[in-house]
Write a protein that binds this ligand. Structure first.
Ligand SMILES: [Zn+2]
Length: 455
């Protein structure tokens, strides 16, 4: 298949730029190009960071299905230059490269636990300094940027259409840029492209002295390098619209004189237990901690229950509920061969601006003995039901606050065997009863005793 949507499915997505749901038509169906802003690698990812990863992973899977797996390029960058990284290295008494290597690896492991496919490319900012410097030079040459006092700034009034994505007025633009009030600014809304580094800070030689890029510039340069001047889809969280994405547009469009992004997609906010997640409120969850309590698929499913543009309220109870939903699906699909086709109702729901709640409802409707093969095909397509049911029930029983862990169950099974070997059947039955009270079902077979968790 080369570049023609399969099954005559039509993808509609909401474009933040026009605030409309639009029929998606890639510039080149043989190479659909998507970019999502990746992590700044100075700490473990939290559950809010995981939301765009899961949302755009589902879109990536859908685009691969529509245009062919070899016809979609998904780039998600690693921001490995940032003041937060310098602070972390100082605090931990380690080097910047150790911090970024450690958290880059942790990020890809954690996102893998959530069933996210690796993007086609994960470029690092530090590998793109020449491209960034070239872009700044180009912006200065075009008269939209200026060097002052070791800094280079983008001059916002030089771009008439600035603010089109966020639809912010002048007051909001100035307020948004307030963090960088400085005497060298020609206009209060101007933003940093390049800033000087002192001896203790990471820096690169440039025509403006030793320094480092601003964050917005990193994405513009990596997109230019790996996807070209105009791309099909740019994604990220709602909080990135302004100033980050607005500034990416300013840099790239002024540099290339072409439209930068055809479709902007933004996922909604995530709260935890009804509040903004924060360490001081005690409702802060890293993906890593959550994966000790729940299988990654339960976390993934929990993030899929809301439409991506809506806010989502995350809670441990909600994940536990989604874990039970998966238990049901796994029991039904145990030993079943998946259908060859993904059920049309699921694909149609996803083609309607990634309507995951509707797709999940279609999957629930398939959760019957007759629909199990379709349910399994749908699950695998959206990154769920990926393991054999026995693995699911054994692995997931080691997590969660309720019931014995996998090790404890194994110890009880060993004790029961010892009792049986000693012909103490009363004790053996007592142990079986203890496990049954925790919904652990034992099955004695020729190769010994296996167990699974019911319910
Ligand atoms: Zn970005």
């Amino acid at each position: 298949m080369t570049g023609q949507p399969a099954d005559r499915l039509v993808l509609w997505v909401h474009n933040t730029l026009t605030r409309e749901k639009e029929r998606f038509t890639p510039l080149d169906p043989a190479n659909v190009r998507m970019y999502v802003c990746g992590p700044t690698v100075y700490d473990f990812a939290h559950i809010g960071n995981a939301r765009p990863v899961v949302v755009f992973d589902i879109l990536f899977r859908l685009l691969r299905r529509l245009y062919g797996a070899d016809h979609v390029t998904y780039v998600r960058n690693i921001t490995d230059i940032d003041d937060k990284i310098m602070d972390r290295a100082k605090r931990d008494g380690t080097s910047i490269s150790d911090v970024t290597a450690h958290f880059t690896k942790a990020y890809s492991q954690d996102m893998g636990e959530l069933g996210a496919l690796p993007p086609s490319l994960t470029p690092k900012a530090t590998d793109h300094l020449p491209q960034m410097i070239r872009m700044v030079e180009g912006l200065i040459a075009k008269g939209v940027a200026y060097a002052a006092d070791g800094h280079v700034l983008f001059h916002v009034p030089a771009m008439e259409s600035y603010g089109a994505l966020s639809r912010h007025g002048r007051d909001e633009l100035v307020a948004g840029a307030r963090v960088e009030v400085a005497p060298y600014k020609r206009d209060a809304a101007d933003f940093i492209l390049w800033k000087p580094s002192d001896a203790g800070q990471p820096g690169w030689d440039s025509p403006w002295g030793r320094g480092r890029p601003g964050w917005h510039l990193e994405c513009s340069a990596m997109i230019e390098e790996h996807l070209g001047d105009t791309i099909d889809i740019h994604g990220g969280g709602l909080d990135l619209i302004f100033p980050h994405h607005e500034n990416e547009i300013a840099q790239s469009e002024c540099c290339h004189g072409k439209p930068f992004v055809r479709t902007w997609m933004h996922n909604g906010y995530l709260t935890v237990d009804g509040e903004k997640m924060s360490k001081s409120l005690g409702n802060f969850h890293t993906v890593r901690d959550l994966c000790r309590q729940f299988p990654g698929e339960a976390l993934r499913l929990s993030l899929m229950t809301a439409h991506y543009r809506q806010p989502i309220d995350f809670s441990l109870d909600h994940v536990a509920e989604q874990k039970r939903r998966l238990d049901r699906w796994y029991r039904l699909t145990d030993g079943v061969k998946p259908s060859e086709m993904v059920p049309p109702a699921v694909l149609q729901a996803l083609c309607d601006d990634l309507n995951t709640p509707k797709a999940l409802a279609a999957m629930d409707a398939l959760a019957t003995p007759d629909g199990a093969d379709d349910l399994l095909a749908a699950g695998r397509f959206v990154g769920l039901l990926l393991q054999p049911a026995t693995d699911w029930f054994q692995a997931s029983s080691g997590r969660g606050a309720e019931g014995p862990t996998g090790d404890e169950i194994e110890a009880l099974i060993a004790a029961r065997k010892a009792a049986r070997d000693a012909r103490d059947y009363q004790e053996a039955d007592r142990i079986r009863g203890v496990l049954a009270d925790s919904n652990i079902i034992l099955e004695d077979g020729p190769d010994g005793t296996t167990w699974r968790r019911e319910g």
